[in-house]
Write a protein that binds this ligand. Structure first.
Ligand code: 7RM
Length: 649
């Protein structure tokens, strides 16, 4: 770990918030941040009760927090509805006609939905869900392109107390099937297709393939017409979104739900082959999404806010849909790729809509850097006032470029560290208060008691690398893993008693700033997407030619990490270029394009310890070219390395 730490120490400038920014910001000084943070961790009940009072409750809570580690209940006895907070409460003032969602389709269509229109669409679709059997607690899978209807479907579930589980459009039929089986979903909401880089993604076809074996509990598929392509409609199972709307009205009261009612399940990768269904509930999740939009993005009524994440990731949930809408903000949504039709699509959108707050990922920033400043210079980006990043550690070079070229050296950058499990920002600058340093997410958000500890759980001193933990419950923490109580306890709460283990390595500098080093478990971060090495391994060994596989990450200039697979083939099978290509295709089919291997390297044997554990550290070095070089198709003799390494220990 120490090596990584040194390599992050390249840029040591400090960027203080400008006086102008601080003056207008909700939190305008370090002293104010510190005072609020102190209260938030010392008297969380008082602090969060005050914040929660800004949401709309159908019944007030009786107790702010009930904590029996590792089980938390927030706002016990309180009743509210997320969709009411995101929609209805904005309708009795000027926000009624304000843009809630500004949408740009990849081919160039444009749509604006005001709060009133979005409310109406959500009510109608909630009635469609009810008509098709959805009730409180029903699991609804949403497998959609980036169209406003994805948000409509999510909010419609929330309105009636159904739980959604959004699946990213880049996942395969098999991934849909696994998630349908695990969640027990009875309804899937999808579209005929979506657009990506000028091509059409066959979403409905993937759903059909997922449901072929008929072993899931899915009874109904609701299909939104996006591309107009031909799709199969299964009689008795599939219905069209637009046809269903003909049967319903726009009257649908938001159900009063207990604060701990499940809101959604979102699958994310862990260190085993099986993704975890992260469970989030109503009151605490909404409060945290709302509060972070208020304090971290400092969202204003006049902002045009754009988060470039897909709805299929937690960032899309908290920062494209729930947080901004709970704030009554205008949220921009774009369907396609950043380089379609040309490399300046994003800058074109920012200029056209006057985007003022922009939130994207380091992997995208590195791609923009590579494409060159000339694409940015063609556009007037002076509407921007605040920039954000999320998904992986941002290298200081990319931070500086983002600051200078996109932000015109004027916009603060919030580098927000958080996870699917945390629901919202955990370590992040407060832009009017906390001076930033390129490459660090800086200080904990309100209520977050973060620490860097050694293997015994002891807090480490300045600049010592260790494990990142959170020592207190926070409102939007995951409430569990769907259907797997033991795994929840085991994964997050068993290494150190009473502490949440994030799975990231970190250090704190002398100013207390937290520098995230990266995952300490077998989870990769490929272009900001979380991917379990075990998932890719199990996809590989499901191929008839593969005997054994070990997957590791390799540093990649653009994607952060690239996926490198070491593979041994079964006796009689031939390891050649064709097989390598076939294995890449196979992984795409099993998991989805997000998991496509960058390299397949065949070997006689995998290096193992005497007890049979694959020596991943060694393989990582091999993959990074630190030990031997080899191309992707020659057979490598890694067993020699294993012998060497075991002899050394
Ligand atoms: C929001 C999201 C979570 C993992 C997390 C980290 C990494 C995310 C940052 C970051 C350094 C950041 N959810 N990560 N943000 N690392 N700085 N600002 O990404 O569940 O998909 O991934 O991503 O390793 O544990 S996630």
């Amino acid at each position: 770990m120490s090596k990584n730490i040194e390599s992050t120490l390249v840029e040591n400038r400090i960027f203080k918030p400008s006086k102008e920014f601080s003056k207008k910001a909700r939190i305008g000084s370090m002293a104010q941040y510190q005072k609020m943070w102190k209260e938030s961790v010392e008297k969380p009940e008082k602090f969060f009760a005050r914040e929660a009072a800004e949401l709309c409750w159908q019944k007030k809570w009786t107790k702010v927090l009930d904590w029996k580690c590792p089980y938390a209940k927030w706002f016990v006895g309180g009743k509210l509805n997320v969709s009411e907070n995101c929609l209805d409460r904005h309708l009795d003032g000027p926000r009624k006609t304000k843009a809630a969602i500004i949408w740009e389709g990849e081919p160039g269509e444009k749509r604006v939905l005001t709060y009133q229109q979005l409310h109406r669409e959500v009510c109608r679709f909630a009635n469609v869900l009810k008509r098709n059997g959805a009730k409180k607690g029903t699991r609804v899978i949403i497998y959609m392109p980036m169209v406003p209807e994805a948000a409509v479907a999510m909010l419609a579930c929330a309105r009636i107390g159904a739980m959604h589980s959004v699946i990213f459009g880049g996942f395969s039929a098999e991934s849909i099937k696994d998630r349908a089986l695990d969640s027990g979903a009875t309804i899937i909401v999808t579209a005929d297709g979506g657009y990506r880089r000028g091509a059409v993604v066959a979403l409905k076809k993937n759903v059909d393939d997922a449901l072929k074996a008929k072993d899931t509990s899915v009874k109904r598929v609701i299909v939104f017409k996006r591309t107009g392509q031909d799709v199969h409609i299964e009689e008795g199972r599939d219905v069209w979104w637009h046809r269903e709307l003909e049967y319903v009205d726009a009257n649908c009261p938001a159900v009063a739900l207990d604060s701990e009612t499940p809101l959604f399940i979102l699958y994310t990768s862990g260190s085993t082959g099986k993704p975890k269904g992260i469970l989030h509930t109503t009151g605490g999740y909404l409060l945290h999404a709302y509060m972070t939009c208020k304090y971290v993005f400092d969202l204003r009524d006049e902002d045009v806010y754009w988060c470039t994440a897909d709805v299929g990731w937690v960032t899309g949930h908290s920062y494209m849909v729930y947080g901004p809408l709970a704030m009554g903000a205008t949220s921009l949504m774009y369907e396609g790729a950043p380089n379609w039709p040309e490399n300046d699509r994003f800058w074109n959108i920012i200029e056209e809509y006057g985007v003022s707050v922009f939130y994207t990922a380091p992997t995208a920033i590195r791609a923009f850097m590579k494409w060159g400043d000339q694409w940015v210079k063609k556009h007037d980006l002076s509407s921007l006032r605040l920039l954000g990043t999320v998904g992986e550690p941002i290298n200081p070079e990319a931070w500086m470029w983002y600051h200078r070229v996109i932000g015109g050296s004027r916009c603060p950058i919030v580098d927000t560290w958080w996870q699917t499990e945390t629901g919202g920002h955990m370590i992040t600058p407060i832009p009017g208060a906390i001076p930033t340093k390129p490459g660090t997410a800086t200080l904990p958000f309100f209520g977050v008691d973060a620490a860097v500890v050694d293997d015994n759980g002891k807090e480490l001193g300045a600049n010592q690398g260790g494990k990142l933990v959170i020592r207190k419950p926070w409102p939007s923490m995951l409430r569990g893993i769907w259907g797997d109580k033991a795994r929840y306890k085991e994964t997050y709460w068993s290494e150190f008693k009473g502490y949440y283990l994030a799975g990231d390595g970190a250090r704190r500098d002398k100013d207390g700033y937290i520098w995230i080093v990266g995952r300490i478990d077998d989870v990769l971060n490929v272009a900001g997407h979380r991917l379990g090495t075990a998932e890719v391994e199990s996809a590989l060994v499901s191929h008839p030619s593969v005997a054994e596989a070990a997957v590791v990450g390799k540093p990649d200039e653009l994607k952060g990490q690239a996926v490198v697979c070491f593979v041994t083939v079964k006796t009689g099978k031939i390891a050649n270029k064709e097989l390598a290509a076939d294995l890449k295709k196979h992984v795409r089919t099993v998991i989805g394009p997000v998991a496509t291997p960058d390299e397949i390297r065949f070997t006689d044997a995998l290096p193992k310890t005497r007890s049979g554990k694959i020596m991943r550290r060694l393989l990582k070095q091999v993959a990074a070219g630190e030990i031997i070089k080899g191309d992707t198709t020659t057979l490598e003799d890694l067993s020699v390395l294993a012998k060497l390494a075991t002899a050394e220990d």
